[in-house]
Design a protein around this ligand. Structure first.
Ligand SMILES: [Zn+2]
Length: 476
């Protein structure tokens, strides 16, 4: 059914507007946007004020945020690796704890964990997610990659997204080696392993199923775990084949997250990781490079020049002690910068954006560092830029309220204590910097309200299942 909404206030590509009529197709795509009164304010006419068959959305409506990097199963580790376990805890000691979880969950557990996580994402303002998924195998046999199958864990993620009502780009991830020069996977990494042919064939089957289903919210992309885990020759060959399957396929990779990874890459290849990847000549504007924490200015400028997106997850990078991301240089080069919840230590787009700005403030001892001349409001500017970049990373028509985009939006409650007194133009500054995330009242995906009055209807049931799974995982 085609639906019409009347938004009290909406953040459109051209800025804030009042009394906006949005027509949404049965598949959830915005077909028309009509502004009754511009924010600058001309007098409302009676005809514009009384559109009786449109469903009213009260408050301030902003685009939903795409989460461009997630590993759902890591939700089960959140908060459980914050006690010192070694004299010098690091990313690498955390990774051991993460593998312990990865090797315990089966497909049903994963579905339960992901369902609660996706409910939490929606309530926090993420309306879609790119799931970087390498937990392929549920058993030690080959049945997950039988010629007519897609792995059970892939379908578990898709089912969780469907149940929660979040948009999804599933990124099955190629993971073949423990380090540069093809070091074999360790026993605790075996669940991640596939041959290149198994990986490509399963993606081809998944893409065929996507075409048949024609879902407005679920799609498939691909990822390479990292330059440690996949050789540059394989990346080059697999990318060519993936592009042949779907020229618009989003492709992601972790790169330059750790100093140790940069040094190992230099020893193995003579080049820094981003340099090495770009030299392969495969990266284009459908790629998303995750982290890029240890990047030179020249590397960041080169990534921006090919049009690839960078996804940062400051909460995870801070939690793991990775390092600072140079957002000033990348944004200065007109780079597309998306955000993700990655390890799920926190699941909150406002927190990601706040710390993106705060990193810069702490380093430079200045305020409002990432403001621009065009958008002096840091919260608004970062929110819009990350939503736009996230849409590119997910390969979905989302990220802004415009014709042809999916109707993914958040309605903020201007009477909530965190927003009281804030004009629309200030609302996202409150959301990002001053607890205004709690003012996210209703959340819509493809024109369907999936969170009402701050709460997802599946929350209680999803929590119950999650408790049961965690009871087993922590008892072992
Ligand atoms: Zn990651």
């Amino acid at each position: 059914m085609r639906r019409r909404f009347r938004l009290d206030w909406a953040l459109l590509p051209e800025g804030w507007a009042r009394d906006v009529i949005v027509t949404v197709s049965p598949a959830g795509t915005i077909e028309a946007v009509a502004v009754a009164a511009a924010a600058a304010g001309r007098a409302d006419t009676d005809a514009e004020r009384t559109d009786t068959d449109a469903e009213r959305v009260a408050g301030y409506v902003v685009p939903g945020m795409p989460n461009a990097h997630s590993h759902a199963f890591q939700r089960a580790l959140a908060g459980r690796a914050e006690a010192r376990a070694a004299a010098r805890d690091s990313f690498w000691t955390w990774r051991r704890a993460m593998y312990a979880i990865a090797n315990q969950v089966d497909a049903a557990d994963l579905r339960a964990i992901a369902t609660l996580l996706f409910v939490e994402m929606l309530e926090a303002g993420y309306t879609s997610v790119a799931e970087f998924h390498y937990l392929h195998r549920t058993r030690d046999d080959e049945s997950d990659f039988a010629p007519d199958a897609t792995p059970a864990t892939w379908e578990a993620i898709r089912s969780a997204a469907r149940d929660a009502g979040i948009g999804l780009t599933l990124l099955p991830t190629l993971y073949q080696a423990a380090d540069f020069r093809g070091v074999p996977l360790r026993p605790d990494q075996r669940r991640f392993q596939t041959t290149t042919a198994q990986f490509l064939d399963a993606i081809e089957r998944r893409l065929a199923a996507d075409r048949a289903a024609d879902s407005p919210t679920l799609r498939t992309g691909a990822a390479f775990h990292s330059l440690r885990a996949v050789s540059i020759e394989t990346i080059r060959e697999a990318t060519a084949q993936l592009r042949a399957q779907d020229p618009s396929l989003p492709i992601h990779i972790h790169v330059a997250e750790q100093g140790r990874e940069v040094r190992a890459c230099e020893r193995a290849t003579g080049a820094r990781p981003i340099e090495w990847l770009l030299r392969a000549g495969v990266v284009d504007d459908r790629w998303c490079l995750v982290h890029c924490t240890h990047a030179t200015r020249a590397e960041l400028a080169a990534v921006a020049a090919v049009g690839a997106t960078i996804c940062v997850s400051i909460s995870t990078e801070a939690n793991l002690g990775d390092g600072f991301f140079d957002a000033v240089t990348f944004r200065g080069a007109s780079g597309h910068l998306a955000i993700g919840s990655d390890s799920q230590s926190t699941v909150d787009p406002a927190e990601e954006l706040r710390w993106l700005e705060y990193q810069q403030r702490l380093r430079r001892r200045r305020r409002n560092v990432l403001a621009t001349t065009a958008e002096p409001h840091v919260g608004t500017g970062l929110w819009r830029a990350a939503a736009h970049a996230g849409a590119r990373a997910l390969g979905q028509a989302i990220g802004t309220l415009a014709v042809g985009r999916r109707a993914d939006w958040l309605a903020l409650d201007p009477t909530h204590p965190a927003l009281v007194g804030a004009a629309p133009a200030e609302a996202l500054d409150h959301v990002v910097f001053a607890g205004g995330r709690h003012a996210i009242r209703d959340v819509y995906v493809a024109g369907r309200r999936v969170v009402a009055a701050h709460r997802h209807p599946l929350r209680a049931a999803a929590e119950e299942r999650y408790r049961e799974v965690m009871g087993r995982l922590t008892a072992r």
